[in-house]
Design a protein around this ligand. Sequence first.
Ligand SMILES: [Zn+2]
Length: 257
Amino acid sequence: MGEHLILVYNQQITSEQSALCSLCHSMRRDLLGRIQRIFLLISILLLLVIGLLSAQSAELPWASGLRVGRAQPTPPPRPQVVLISGHKDSDSGAVCTDTANNVTLAEADVTTDVAQRVVASLRGAPYDVEIFAEFDERLNGLRADALVSLHADSCVSYSGYKAAHRDNDPSAADSRLLACLDQHYPGATGLAYHPDTITRDMIDYHAFRKIERSTPAVILEMGFLGGDGPLLTGGADRVAAGIVESIRCFLDETEAS
Ligand SMILES: [Zn+2]
């Protein structure tokens, strides 16, 4: 009887141990399964990162927007060109009148027209071009890559253009901008340089005193309203082309230097 009880007891222990072992085994299998899945996930992520970095170093187009740990390069700033539309928002400037004293041609209308044509011609160029009024507040301390002030001379029967930079200690860039105008404006317009009519108002132009000294600047008298009236109105595209070529000449040289 006693032996029988011991046997039953031993059998009970063995079956409990076996149940415990089977639970243990199943838990271990679960744990191993989980570890395997985590390793698989990490491997896939690593492969993805390696693939992306390789694509970026090979400069593949689809990878350019997916920089990992690298800042996007910022584009260089675009050159800023400012045109002063002579007399804009101030007065009419020089005028031509008929025998009844009616104004037939006003300098301010000519400068507005040419400035707008220059802006239209430079649309799409790698520069930002803005038109300022004659006494624009933004001239104070202006930092720009080029400033060209557009004017036309009085209604006399002379013909020719003239341009000037500041008289007071001009910079090398001022001289280069003026040289580009002298190089391109006559060819585009057919106008010759008109000597001896550069006035104090040109070389001591108010804008030269307001802008930053580092801003290359010139004032251009595009022609005489009298002798060059037909060119300044009917041939305004050629006038604008001369200014555009001069600005391009100057900025291309600046970029190359
Ligand atoms: Zn003027």
